[in-house]
Design a protein around this ligand. Structure first.
Ligand code: NAD
Length: 502
């Protein structure tokens, strides 16, 4: 029997609103206990949020960009002031360690900072005298109501990739966070109201497929930003575009790190440890595969990884000094554990087995120790599929060419990196590899807020990347204006040839 749990509701038109008859449990993954319930919005509740966003649009669109930007600057200050609370909310529902929660919040804040440059970013383009006495310019106009659907693994950062820039550009927004860890997202949205965002400009509806499908099909929604798994991303892209919307849908990943024989192996292994096991591997830029060029490289990497993995401290994300917390839910723990079993069955060599880990005092938490496979090969499910857990596989190849061919043949193309001391090798790799974000001796090449983020192949559906300059383009539409003020008394005759500057 359930105890009475606090219920997380929605934020519509600046007010907390309860709507929908279904709810879901929100767990603390370190304890395995239900912390709260989250209400799952029904169609009518989402429609009321869309109506609120639609009503708020005309005034917000006409608010000077500088005033919109000032709200973002105040919001950034509030995020900094409330960082401890936000990080605790992230850790208690996601499981990641507090320092990692702070890292994602900081990356989110950088996007708010970039959105506060909106007046500069929206200046448009102007050309005088494109013809005699004729001037032409481009404006970047707001679209209207935009929506964002976000994953569990970055409940603070990924929403902040989306709505701050959308609203700074003059749009209004509806955010549908992950139902697995919605509290920090909602808390942050409330801070934006406190910073002076008018009611209805940002609305949050908690929910699942019913809420998402309402956003995808309602004709008042102009644009959809999505981040999550590839099957859902593909569904969002096809359904949203079929309903006439602009869609950017970022999906899953399987990122390979190439280690060349000339690499600084100590440095590469330290970098790989954080990239593979940080956030329990639940990052779309995590490194779950090391492609070692040459057996000597593979042996050296393996030996050092085993030593480093033995030193890792695993426990509640709230505990100081922990490197890794639990996985997000029991279902996800079972799925990741199932992949480890599968890898053994498929014939990969399980060098470090984290399956028997228990954390004292947290026996019901969703913990899995770090796992290391060697001799992983294409065709194995642990090679092909996104595991999204603390499972690292070593793939052995005999040349850079073989490593690159393997990466290029993989269905995902989100991130990759190469460890080498040779500039020519690095340049060849960055120039030719079929992946959207590439690191050279940098394991997690996540672009900063003033660049844009996005993968290739089945890691992104759509044309424009998330945040940065691409977000300004995604959340605005270009309007071209060509203008002439004829001098008094000068009248031209009709012109039947196509206008050109002869
Ligand atoms: P998910 O696809 O299960 O859920 C993402 C969002 O979609 C959630 O808000 C969820 O409620 C909604 N959703 C889920 N199923 C749906 C359905 N059938 N119809 C409509 N909406 C649905 O993803 P997740 O497990 O929350 O997040 C992990 C995934 O996100 C991983 O695959 C990871 O690689 C990916 N991710 C990608 C990026 C990137 O930038 N490419 C960043 C972070 C996470």
């Amino acid at each position: 029997m359930h105890q009475e749990q606090p219920v997380i509701t929605h934020l519509i038109n600046g007010q907390p609103v309860d709507g929908g008859s279904r709810s879901a449990d929100v767990f603390n993954p370190a304890t395995g206990k239900v912390g709260e319930q989250v209400r799952l919005a029904d169609r009518a509740t989402v429609e009321s949020a869309i109506a609120a966003a639609q009503a708020a649009f005309p005034a917000w669109r006409n608010t000077p960009p500088l005033k919109r930007a000032r709200v973002m600057s105040r919001f950034k200050e509030l995020l900094e002031q409330h960082a401890d609370t936000i990080c605790r909310l992230i850790t208690d529902e996601h499981g990641k360690v507090l320092a990692d929660s702070l890292g994602e919040l900081q990356r989110g804040i950088e996007n708010v900072e970039y959105a506060s440059y909106a007046p500069e970013l929206l200046k448009g383009e102007h050309s005088r005298n494109v013809g005699p006495g004729i001037d032409a310019w481009s404006e970047f106009q707001a679209l209207g109501v935009c929506a964002g659907i976000t994953p569990f693994n970055f409940p603070a950062m990924v929403p902040l990739w989306m709505w701050p820039m959308a609203v700074a550009c003059g749009n209004t927004f509806i955010l549908k966070p992950s139902e697995r860890d919605p509290s920090s997202t909602l808390f942050i949205a409330q801070l934006a109201q406190d910073a002076g965002l008018p009611p209805g400009v940002l609305n949050v509806v908690n929910g699942d497929k019913e809420a998402v499908d309402t956003l995808l099909t309602d004709p008042r929604v102009q644009a959809i930003s999505f981040v999550g798994s590839t099957p859902v991303a593909e569904y969002i892209y096809s359904t949203g575009t079929k309903h006439g919307k602009r869609v950017q849908a970022l999906g899953g990943a399987k990122n390979h790190a190439v280690v060349m024989p000339d690499a600084d192996i100590d440095n590469a292994v330290t970098a790989l440890m954080g990239a593979a096991f940080g956030s329990c591997g639940e990052r779309c830029m995590a490194i779950p595969l090391v492609v070692a060029v040459g057996d000597a490289t593979a042996d050296a990497v393996r030996e050092k990884l085993v030593a480093e993995m033995a030193r890792m401290k695993i426990g509640s994300g709230r505990e100081a000094g922990c490197d890794m917390g639990p996985l997000v839910t029991k279902a996800h723990l079972d799925k990741v554990r199932g992949y480890v079993d599968q890898g053994v069955e498929e014939g990969a060599e399980l060098v470090v087995d984290g399956r028997s880990l228990t954390v004292a005092g947290h026996e019901a938490g969703y913990f899995l120790g770090p796992c290391l496979f060697d001799r992983v090969t294409p065709g194995m499910r642990i090679y092909e599929e996104e595991i999204f857990g603390p499972v690292l596989g070593i793939v052995r190849v005999d040349s850079l060419q073989a490593a690159m061919a393997m990466i290029d043949a993989h269905e995902y193309g989100n991130g990759t990196c190469i460890f080498t001391r040779d500039g020519e090798t690095a340049r060849h790799f960055t120039d030719h590899i079929l992946v959207g974000m590439v690191g050279v001796n940098v394991p997690l090449p996540v672009p900063v807020a003033y660049h844009s983020f996005g993968g290739w192949k089945r890691s992104l559906f759509g044309d424009l990347n998330a945040y940065g300059p691409d977000a300004v383009r995604f959340y605005t539409r270009r309007k071209q204006i060509t203008q002439r003020w004829p001098s008094a008394g000068v009248r031209e005759g009709a012109v039947f040839s196509f206008p050109s500057s002869k």
